[in-house]
Structures are given as C-alpha cells and as structure tokens.
Write a protein that binds this ligand. Structure first.
Ligand SMILES: [Zn+2]
Length: 568
C-alpha cells in the first residue's frame, strides 16, 4: 500500500514536469481532485489541532487540506463537490469496540433500548409480535434493569404478553437474558438444573423454580437450542450493519471477538465489494486457549495481511462480567452483600494466556470492568512485558470498559502503555439506571467507588491513552451520541469533572481509535496521503456544542474516497 502510493506520486511528479499538451486544460493532470469538500469547519483530529475549510480527495487518499480558495483550484470537470455548508468535517468515525454482526441481527429484533417502564417494555414486545406473527422464536434486546423490581425480570412478565411462542430478550449489557416459560421448557431448564460455570439460573427463593432470568453463561442453555441463523441470514446481518454504520458516519469498526465463521463472512463481503467499513477483527481467547490455537490465530493474521480494510492481529479476552448483575470482579464486596464477584480466570491462567499471545506479537484486549479484574489484567500485561521481548511493532495492549478502577491503578495505564478503551454511552446507561431506586450500577458499587467510574480524564491526565467506542449493540452505534456525552459529562460523586473538550471527544473516535488498532499512520487524521475516510456533520459542533444526544447529525460519509452516504 505505502509502496504503491509512493510509486504513484513519483509518476505524477514526472508527468507534472512535461509541458501540457495543447488543448488539454491545465487542471486535467495530477493536481485535480476527484472529490472536494468545501465550506466546512475542518478539524483534522491531529494532536496539533489543525483546522481548515476544505478537503481534496484523489483516488482513495486525501490530496490536500486547506482553504476554500486554495482547494477550489483543484476542481476539474469531473470533480464531485460536497458543500459542507459550515458543518464540521472530521475523519470518519472509528468505533473501537463493537459486536458488529450481532448489531446487524439486532436491527431486525425487538428494540427495547431506553425503555424505562415495564408497561413500555411489554407494549414494544406485543407490538413487534403482532407485526411478526408465527410460532418461531421472538427475539429482542436492549432492556434496562430499572423497569423490573429487584432489577430482575421474570418469565411471568413475559408470559403475560407472549405465551404461545418462545421469547428471549437480551439485556442491554449483553450479560443476561430474560425468557418466557415456553423458552425455559424448550431448553429443559427446571428447578433441578444446576448453574453452569460462570453463570446463574436465577431461582425463586421460595419455590426454587427458575424465574426466567439467566445470567452470563446460563444464557447459553437457551441460546444453544435456538435455530442457527443460515449463511444468508448472517450475510444479510453484516450488510445491514455496514449500511447502518455508513449512515452514522462510521467508516471503521473494531470487532471485539470474532468467530472464524464470522471472519469468512467479512472476507466474502470484501470480495463482493460490500465492505464499506474498515474492519479490525479480534479473535477470542479464554483459559482454554492453547499454543496451537494461538498459532492458528497468527496464521489467519498473516493470511489476511496488512489490508487496511480487513485485518486482525488482536485477541479479545474476558476477565470478568458486569457490575449490574454483580458478576464483575471487585477488590471489596458489592454494597449490601458479601460477594465481590469473581474473575473468569485465575491469575495463573490469565498470565499464561496473555504471555502466550504477547510472545507471538498479537495485540491483547481484555474486558475488565471491576477493580479486581482491572488490576489482574494490568498485572498480566506487565508480566508479559517482563518475560517476553518486545514485538517488532511494539505493544499496544488494551483494557476494555474499565468501569470501576482502584485509585492505585489509574496511573498504570500511562506507565505500562496500556490503552484504555472506553464507551462513553455506557455512562448514560449507568446514569439512566441511577434514576431508579433499584438502579443496579450505582447501587451495587456505592458512592466511593462510583467516584472513579469511567475515569477517562484521570487516566489521560496520568499519561494514559484512550480510544472510544460504543459496544454496539450494547449502546447505540451513533458516535455522535458518544461525543455529546464525552463533551458534556457531569461531575461524579466526589466532584471529579470528567467532561472533555469537543476536540478530544472527536479524537477518541478518530485518531486515538486508529492508534488503538495500529492504523494511525494511514487513517484517523485528515492530512495528505491519509486514507480518505471522512464524515461531514450537519452542523459545526465546535461552535454549537450538542445539547442533547441526537444533536450530532451526519450529513455525508466518505469511505475510501467515495461518498457512501448523503443525507437527503
Ligand atoms: Zn463488548
């Protein structure tokens, strides 16, 4: 890629030295842009804070960034012009943490996101069931804990509206499901079914009967009997996800855990020309991962190569669960209880797998939410750096989420060079839960630990690097909403202000995210030679900061030099 680009520049340079052929207009040569974005509030998202009015694109890279007057001179007869009308022009959004194909499937399921009362939740499911009649599985996702007494939904609440077909509704956090009686019966789950490892079948304390709430790995007891999506279903889900991303200005995604089957899906989409987002795909690892598994990951990594549109070289692990369902691993017990949760792996297992992956030059990303899981993960990364020589490309290991961190671990991100990959809209989910007396996030953790919730500004102040994402479909894929939240976030208990500048909020979804996937030399900033992935917003978010989450509206999306979305 780099070599090719240099060759093109050399050829163009030579051509430019030749006298223009008679009759050929001056502009038809090397300097002509294929695409011009004019009248914008261009923010390059570099560390210098470069601003401009216009961007010129040629082929799939940025030709120049400058003033309207300068760049208008690059206009030729076939140049496409996008008038930004004063809107912000930014590098295309790069979502550093998604579950992309799941998101594509979720677009076709009952959407329970943001519903705060049981009545609303039940009405949404009833309406969807009526619109999609049949006796097949009814799927939905996105429920919050607050509509349910005790933060635990019951099968009776679902049976009231869906009795004659199995129904399964996934929690917004992806860590538990809510099913009706028919689904439990089909899965053969009774009061005698034991909890699987790292999972819980919630049971009625009086009768011992399963309530319909299945946490963590217990969800698999139902999921494994659900009909498998066909190859065509999966292709359609990926295609729907790509179109959704382009509408939202997202031109790069980093998929946090990808099966080999899913990887083949992306390869097929790329061959068919349907992959208009750049995908960085993480493998999955656990305590069961062997050296042979790691070698196979390296083989796939090498086979895909350094293709800027489809790459791997990263591995996702889970150190713990989530705070809402008390499955996060904490250093001290949750409020109102003796349990502090438990990590998914022992220290020895985590250290072994992390060192094994690090020794092969693979990037490691660890889901770590509770302060104990965060500490264990930082320890494992520190240990790997101690026992292994540094890989040729350096280390850019990451922790994902980092919701409740111990004071002593904040500075370690900067010290160890570990990236804090965080999802601003998770804070909104937490705050929403806080509105309810039964809100599990703040209730489970208490004000002292809550004061260090999603402490991105403190991690950064201590020299740590950040990358932002959505965790879609856990939260919306709209980077604009994350930017609104990161730039307006209110003060936490204890008085720590966590709001960041608009410029930094944008960097979190662009240049910083590109660094987190080893892509900062070719995308994430607007500069000559960088890949032409660009988003044009409908307004200037720097002059008029968004007041509510939906204020950041995408006007146009450019991927690889082509306009893939334009708002009507
Ligand atoms: Zn995730």
């Amino acid at each position: 890629m780099q070599k090719y680009r240099i060759w093109v520049l050399l050829t163009v340079g030579l051509a430019a030295c030749q006298p223009a052929a008679p009759g050929v207009p001056e502009t038809s040569g090397a300097g002509v842009a294929d695409l011009l974005i004019l009248n914008g509030r261009v923010f390059a998202a570099d560390e210098a804070g470069t601003t401009a009015e216009a961007v010129a694109v040629r082929g799939n890279t940025i030709l120049r960034v400058g003033s309207n007057a300068e760049l208008s001179a690059l206009r030729g007869p076939d140049t496409r012009v996008v008038d930004a009308r004063g809107g912000a022009v930014l590098p295309g959004f790069n979502d550093a943490h998604v579950h992309f194909v799941s998101g594509g499937f979720a677009l076709a399921d009952v959407d329970l996101a943001g519903l705060t009362t049981l009545r609303e939740v039940q009405a949404a499911i009833s309406r969807f069931a009526a619109d999609h009649p049949g006796d097949g599985w009814l799927r939905g996702r996105g429920w919050l804990y607050q509509p349910f007494p005790g933060s635990s939904p019951t099968r009776a609440q679902l049976d009231e509206i869906v009795r004659d077909r199995p129904a399964v509704m996934e929690c917004y956090d992806g860590h538990s499901i809510w099913v009706n009686s028919l689904a439990l019966a089909r899965a053969g789950i009774t009061k005698d079914t034991p909890n699987p490892p790292n999972g819980e079948i919630v049971k009625d304390p009086k009768t011992g009967e399963p309530t319909g709430h299945l946490k963590e790995s217990a969800a698999a007891l139902v999921e494994k009997i659900m009909p498998e999506p066909t190859e065509a279903d999966r292709r359609a889900a990926l295609k729907a996800a790509v179109a959704h991303a382009n509408r939202l200005g997202v031109t790069s995604i980093q998929n946090a855990g990808t099966s080999l089957e899913e990887m083949a899906l992306y390869e097929a989409a790329k061959r068919d020309g349907d992959l208009t987002v750049r995908a960085y795909l993480a493998f999955s690892a656990s305590s069961a991962t062997t050296a042979a598994d790691a070698d196979r990951m390296v083989e796939t990594w090498q086979r895909l190569g350094d293709d800027p549109t489809l790459r791997t070289g990263i591995v996702k692990m889970y150190a713990d669960g989530v705070i809402e369902s008390r499955t996060a691993a904490m250093l001290a017990p949750f409020e109102r209880g003796a349990s502090a949760g438990a990590p998914n792996l022992t220290t020895e297992e985590l250290n072994r797998v992390v060192a094994m992956l690090d020794a092969r030059g693979l990037q490691v990303q660890i889901h770590a939410i509770g302060d104990r899981a965060i500490r264990m993960s930082l320890d494992a990364l520190e240990e790997a750096a101690r026992v292994n020589p540094a890989p040729a490309r350096g280390r850019r290991h990451r922790l994902e989420h980092i919701e409740a961190i111990a004071e002593a671990d904040i500075a370690r991100f900067g010290q160890l060079g570990v990236i804090a990959s965080q999802q601003p809209m998770h804070v909104a989910l937490g705050d929403m839960n806080q509105a309810s007396p039964a809100g599990p996030w703040p209730d489970n953790i208490g004000p002292e630990r809550w004061s260090r919730a999603w402490a991105w500004q403190r991690i950064r102040a201590d020299g740590g690097r950040l990358a932002f994402g959505s965790d879609w479909p856990v939260a919306t894929l709209e980077a604009g909403q994350g930017i609104w939240l990161a730039s307006t976030r209110v003060t936490l208990p204890g008085g720590t202000a966590q709001a960041m500048s608009m410029a930094d909020a944008v960097r979190g979804y662009t240049s910083w995210a590109a660094y987190a996937s080893f892509d900062d030399q070719r995308k994430g900033t607007l500069a000559p030679g960088m890949l032409a992935d660009i988003v044009v917003l409908a307004s200037d978010v720097f002059a008029q900061p968004p007041q509510k989450p939906t204020d950041v509206v995408v006007g146009a999306t450019v991927f690889d030099g082509r306009v893939v979305y334009q708002r009507q």
